[in-house]
Design a protein around this ligand. Structure first.
Ligand code: KPL
Length: 308
């Protein structure tokens, strides 16, 4: 399976690198990372207890993420760019030809943006692997997780079945799921609880298990489940809270992606997480004060940094 990974940051490089054990993979990512991979291949390190993921992966690369995906052809394009780059990724991918597109991104609304622009079927994906770009050319797997993919509106998808089988052939187990909307909202509920709280309090994920951060994280997660249900996606408060606290426990020592962005002085994915939830709640006349406050605080930080 010829695969283009568009947005080879930490997660994109990890998934692409693992797929490259069996398939032709092209990584499209940032210039320094790409240059390092060109020079000596992609190094995947295993920082979990498992000790099983150390591989050297030869890949082909291009130097810039949002322009050089143009006019490419592949069986599959995996979109792993930051949520705010989804529009630019869609524009670039629209000039190429792909049999299927798989979004492996944080937040909600990414698949719709891609599908609005692209002819190929767009699948939804969730990945709960911990991944960290240690240095250009080197990505560490900091937590083994689950990968799920399927039709973005839910239900059976022969395209998803094919891609799931291709992932399995590379030793990358992926659940082919018929309930992607529920999975996406549950993941959003996890991210809504953990990401902004850890970014704003400069803490690791485990901190949201302790008061007062726990109260804020639980409120954001509960509000998200409420909005999901109003959007006809069945996520109970209990399930969402259990998922958020389970992930916080399993990744207690990890730095959330939003905190990583803040530490690096980069724009965050707040608009696709708490901001998206607040916007959907607005449309539906629902109150989500915690998501609204977290969104306002992170956006204020971004404005102060000239990032928006
Ligand atoms: O997905 C994550 C993120 O950091 O964006 C969590 C689940 C919070 C793990 O760090």
């Amino acid at each position: 399976m010829e695969t283009l990974v568009f947005g080879a940051g930490s997660l994109g490089s990890l998934v692409g690198g693992l797929l490259a054990r069996e398939h032709d993979v092209t990584l499209v990512g940032r210039e320094d990372h790409v240059a390092a991979i060109r020079e000596s291949g992609l190094r995947l390190e295993d920082s979990t207890d498992d000790g099983a993921l150390e591989v050297e992966t030869p890949t082909t690369t291009w130097p810039t993420a949002t322009t050089d995906g143009r006019n490419r052809e592949a069986d599959l394009a995996i979109v792993a760019v930051k949520a705010f780059d989804t529009g630019a990724a869609a524009d670039a991918l629209a000039t190429g030809s792909f049999d299927a597109v798989l979004s492996l991104q944080n937040g909600l609304g990414n698949e719709e943006r891609l599908a609005d622009r692209l002819e190929a079927p767009v699948l939804a994906g969730t990945a709960t692997y911990g991944a960290l770009l240690r240095e250009p050319g080197c990505v560490a797997c900091t937590g083994l997780g689950e990968l799920a993919l399927g039709a973005r509106a839910g239900g059976e998808s022969p395209v998803a079945d094919r891609i799931g089988a291709a992932f399995a052939a590379a030793g990358l187990e992926a659940t082919v799921a018929t309930d992607m909307p529920r999975r996406l909202w549950e993941k959003a509920a996890v991210n809504a609880g953990i990401n902004a709280v850890t970014a704003l309090t400069a803490t690791e994920n485990g901190a949201v298990l302790e008061t007062p951060a726990n109260d804020v994280a639980r409120a954001a997660t509960r509000e998200t489940a409420r909005v999901a249900r109003d959007c006809d996606v069945r996520v109970s408060n209990r399930e969402a809270l259990a998922a958020m606290e389970r992930v916080a426990e399993q990744t207690a020592a990890n730095t959330s992606s939003m905190r990583q962005d803040v530490l690096a002085g980069r724009r965050t994915e707040i608009d696709a997480i708490n901001g998206y939830i607040a916007a959907r709640a607005d449309e539906r006349g629902l109150e989500v004060p915690t998501n609204r406050t977290l969104t306002a605080l992170v956006r204020a930080w971004e404005r102060g940094r000239g990032l928006r």
